[in-house]
Write a protein that binds this ligand. Structure first.
Ligand code: ZN
Length: 74
């Protein structure tokens, strides 16, 4: 393992770290529902990718019903 011979100054390290940034995810419009979704990702709103539905999206009512069912069980 290579090891640093001499410690850098605080400034030098901080200057280097100015390039450590998080970038906002690149968003594109969903051709199916028109909402903003991540590029090259399945749309979280309609579940479509490449013109076909690949994921079923629960409606608010379905989710509610599922939750109530779970509560009754436990
Ligand atoms: Zn969509």
């Amino acid at each position: 393992m290579p090891k640093v011979k001499h410690r850098h100054s605080k400034t030098r390290g901080r200057k280097r770290r100015t390039h450590y940034k998080t970038e906002a995810p690149s968003l594109s419009k969903c051709p199916q529902c028109g909402k903003a979704r991540k590029a090259h990702h399945v749309c979280p709103y309609c579940g479509y990718y490449g013109g076909t539905q690949v994921k079923r999206i629960e409606t608010v009512e379905e989710r509610k019903a599922r939750r109530e069912k779970k509560e009754k069980k436990g």
